[in-house]
Design a protein around this ligand. Sequence first.
Ligand code: 13P
Ligand code: SF4
Length: 328
Amino acid sequence: MTVLTALPTGTDLRAEILALKAERKAVILAHYYQRPELQDIADFVGDSLELSRKAAATDAEVIAFCGVKFMAETAKILSPEKIVVLPDINAGCSLEDSCPPATFKAFRQANPDHIAITYINCSTEVKALSDIIVTSSSAETILGQLPRDQKIIFGPDRHLGGWLNRKFGRDMLLWPGVCIVHEAFSETELIKLMARNPGAPVAAHPECPPAIIDHADYVGSTSGILNYAKGSSADTLIIATEPHIIHQMTLAMPGKSFIGAPGADGNCNCNICPYMALNTMEKLYLSLRDLAPRVEIQEGLRLAAKRSLDRMLEMASATVGMGDLGGR
Ligand code: 13P
Ligand code: SF4
């Protein structure tokens, strides 16, 4: 068994990781919620849909996934011949935790005339029990292709599902899960922040509760928020999603100011995703050195989960629908 030893102090982790990456013929993928140094060393930084597409298309032999477990599992489902490593295997997700496969299966059985549209933030088992997976950047395009009278179960994020219901006049049955990070924003503190920054547009992720979304000038995925900021004429924007995305915004738009939306005490770190934060440069180095922890999925389960992911990739590329969730 490989023992993960601490590195000698003074190790140039960035240089060591780049050398190992070349040796292993690896690609490093990172989500926008990762620590800045992980975003900076990644070959590609993106939202959940973009990362899935990259994982499906790469010709690298190893995928080092700087994100959370459901993302690394998605990479393995789509690229089973690759070695997929996740720097910290405990990097989970509150939405995934809210949706145990057995309970989800019972919910489906209780509603046999509904199809299940499921947010990608769920386990491989729940993907295998679903008809179509969506991400925040593909949900609108995919929903737009389904007949209006189609009965739908949407899980596990009740805020994303509720937003889609309100925007498109649907009445999808919602699973009661939430993201603990987006749930922690405070409407009272947001209103105070908006008053201190008159004219600063608010960009929010659809995982936010309705009280936050109601103040947003733009609602969309992480990539959608980044693109909205690029196109905005404002020099200060308020960002209601996990604050590590501000690193990418500052790199792309050094002349603009980005203020993270506040939590309940107005100045807390409660909007940092504790799961995403588990990955570090040292753990990335060790995962490339030892090719562990690896993501492994039993083949029958993988094939069952791949069906709903393939549907997403096909439908997300269709020209029907109206694109990202933004443009409210
Ligand atoms: P997107 O990057 O797809 O918007 O997802 C956000 C998220 O919460 C990932 O866990
Ligand atoms: Fe899950 Fe929320 Fe963290 Fe995204 S930000 S990984 S939805 S807990």
